[in-house]
Design a binder for this molecule. Structure first.
Ligand SMILES: Cc1ncc(COP(=O)(O)O)c(C=O)c1O
Length: 406
């Protein structure tokens, strides 16, 4: 006899979609403090959870959302994520992912030329992608030390720590990019990590072939989307010189979490370190993860639905929004802007920390985040949301500055 809980329930799934659209307006129910002994059934569970989950979620696709590297996701990814949950394929084994494995290979094949790489695999985030790349750098190229700019993401330092590699932060220039002049001349034992879109300011470190590093990794967790853009792809010039690239698809490729890629210039070489055999495995296990799902399916669906041009158009729209807000801020006599928004991130502040905090507090929720740079407090915006209305943002900033002047 088939257990109904595992059978398709069209009414229940239709209810789930209605609750996604309307659940925020239902009264919030308190959830059980302890593991319930008896269940209340799927329908009541969804109804009870909707206001707590849907109603309490950050609204990442609102016209005023302009704060974080977390985009709204297109509905085609909701549908394919539902398929993924229902099918529960495991890419560790060909037998449990006959089609999904091919989908991942296809997505990698589509994307890799845009990053001048020859292969790679998906990971649940750029944290794991960075870890994987540094692991290859250590075991394939003999790197013993990791160097990255002082503005590099914490995952780079964390990965170095996990891998037993020495970590050294390198000074940044006046625009927040790794300062080439601060690099030592001898890098033969070093994995140099360049960031394409730093977390705090969006700066893009230049990729040049001249460093002599044992391995060059580009952390394009945020800025990687620019590789598919029409207008801004040249900002990632030089990627072909890198040995590996990390890209968070759940940032600027508009994917549900957890979706990212690690790509290699010479994948076969990298996989000499990353592939492990096991008696129960039909094919080698490559990378950090064991069991993992078909996150490539929503990404493939998005790329099919939009094409490269549709992806580029949305990324370029985000960039134009950042440029408009930057132009507005540049006209505010009191505002200090960290640098031009190279990859859609803007960091700015007012004369002193207390005033900057007051202006931040006066901005609508979800419009800005904060970051600390050089010991100072900065307001930060991230153009991850193609729906952001630049005018609503600039009006709100003008009002926040005005209201805190008195
Ligand atoms: C530059 C950079 N690298 C790496 C990461 C880590 O990526 P993920 O959150 O996908 O693990 C981030 C996250 O914000 C980032 O901004």
């Amino acid at each position: 006899m088939q257990d109904n809980a595992f059978k398709p329930a069209p009414d229940g799934l239709a209810q789930a979609v209605s609750l996604l659209l309307e659940g925020a307006s239902l009264p919030v129910a308190s959830l059980p403090d302890h593991l319930p002994e008896t269940g209340i059934g799927e329908t009541d569970t969804l109804r009870m959870l909707a206001p707590n989950i849907v109603g309490a979620a950050a609204a990442l696709g609102e016209e005023t959302a302009f704060a974080h590297m977390d985009p709204p996701t297109p509905w085609v990814t909701w549908a394919t994520t539902l398929w993924n949950a229902a099918l529960n394929q495991n890419l560790l084994h060909p037998a449990t992912s006959p089609a999904a494995k091919d989908i991942e290979r296809r997505v990698i094949d589509w994307l890799k030329p845009h990053f001048s790489m020859d292969g790679g695999h998906m990971t649940p985030g750029a944290t794991i992608a960075n870890l994987t790349a540094l692991w290859a750098a250590r075991d394939v190229a003999g790197a013993r030390r990791v160097m990255a700019s002082e503005h590099a993401h914490v995952s780079v330092k964390k990965s170095a720590h996990l891998l037993g590699l020495r970590y050294e932060g390198i000074a940044v220039d006046g625009r927040g990019r790794l300062d080439r002049h601060a690099l030592p001349s001898e890098l033969r034992d070093t994995c140099l990590v360049l960031t394409a879109g730093t977390t705090s300011t969006g700066a893009i470190d230049a990729v040049t072939p001249t460093t002599g590093a044992a391995w060059t990794h580009v952390d394009a967790a945020w800025g990687g989307g620019l590789a598919l853009s029409d207008a801004y792809t040249s900002r990632l010039e030089g990627l072909a010189q890198a040995d590996s690239v990390a890209i968070s698809a759940h940032k600027w490729l508009f994917q549900p979490k957890e979706s990212a890629l690690v790509l290699f210039r010479d994948t076969a070489r990298a996989e000499t370190a990353l592939a492990f055999e096991g008696g129960y495995l039909a094919t080698p296990n490559i990378g950090v993860l064991g069991s993992h799902g078909a996150t490539a399916v929503p990404l493939l669906a998005t790329l099919m639905a939009w094409g490269r041009q549709g992806m580029a158009e949305r990324i370029d729209r985000c960039m134009r929004t950042a440029e408009r807000v930057h132009t507005f801020l540049a006209r505010q006599t009191e505002a200090v802007i960290y640098a031009e928004p190279e990859s859609g991130v803007i960091a700015w502040r007012l004369g002193d920390d207390a005033r900057t905090r007051r202006v931040f507090d006066a901005l609508p929720d979800g419009m800005a985040s904060t970051t600390t740079l050089d010991g100072l407090h900065w307001i930060r915006h991230v153009a991850a949301n193609p729906n952001t209305d630049a005018e609503r943002v600039t009006n709100a900033i003008a009002e926040a500055i005005r209201s805190t002047t008195q």
